[in-house]
Design a protein around this ligand. Structure first.
Ligand code: ZN
Length: 239
């Protein structure tokens, strides 16, 4: 998407609303739905792998991975555009006229994109919630009993990345599993703990806790939870 004017005319206070509406348009980019599709696809691939271990799944997984990266790139690029538009709005609010906005916009975007393109994969995708749901979905099917490593660990280290700090292995990681840890069956009426982000079937966790605070039933998790820490998990229920 680009800002196209017939001419590169200066903009002032009267143009505030059009820049603001452009910004809200960018917010509605359909990346959410597209990311969900890639995540569904990669989940299906994991199931297929289990039924047909000799299939040519690596190629498909590679395609899913690069699609996911492109979507996060698109989202990050949109955020950069929004930051430029917000700067424009700030300038106009201060009654400044912006001279040759299109040229300025293109320059700013090209500078921002230049530094973005020089970032490592970890820097580009490591903080993305979408990328982390993507990896969680792979893990949930392929290694349901394992704790998901932090997203940064899953993206191979590149030369510009700082050295791995092993102390953060568990930080930001969620053990994602579609089976309840107590019944070992698929979640029924799933609830998720605010404290450790682990999920349980409501009846099973209620019986386990019996109104007290106890250690989370996931092996390896030592967080104390009680019923007040649990929230109904609509996202998990949809699975
Ligand atoms: Zn836990």
């Amino acid at each position: 998407m680009s800002v196209d004017y017939d001419e590169d005319t200066n903009i002032g206070r009267n143009d505030r609303s059009s820049i603001k509406s452009l910004n809200s348009l960018w917010k509605r980019l359909p990346t959410d739905a597209a990311c969900d599709n890639v995540i569904d696809l990669v989940t299906q691939i994991q199931y297929c792998k289990q039924y047909e271990p000799n299939g040519d799944w690596d190629r498909l997984e590679g395609t899913a991975d690069s699609n996911m990266r492109s979507l996060v790139d698109l989202e990050n690029r949109t955020q950069l555009k929004q930051s430029i538009a917000s700067d424009f709005i700030d300038d106009i609010e201060q009654e400044a006229e912006i001279v040759k906005p299109e040229t300025l916009y293109r320059q700013k975007l090209s500078n921002l994109m230049h530094s973005y393109n020089n970032k490592t994969s970890r820097q580009k995708y490591g903080d993305s919630d979408k990328f982390s749901s993507y990896y969680n979905s792979i893990w949930a099917v392929s290694k349901p009993e394992e704790v998901v490593p932090s997203i940064r660990k899953l993206i191979p280290k590149e030369s510009d990345d700082e050295d791995d700090d092993d102390s953060d292995v568990e930080i930001g990681s969620i053990r994602q599993n579609f089976n309840d840890p107590i019944t070992l069956c698929l979640f029924e009426n799933p609830y998720t703990s605010d404290k450790c982000k682990h999920s349980y079937s409501f009846n099973a966790i209620k019986e386990y806790l019996l109104g007290q605070a106890k250690i989370c039933p996931y092996s390896g998790c030592s967080v104390n939870i009680s019923m007040i820490d649990l929230r109904e998990d609509q996202r998990l229920a949809k699975r």
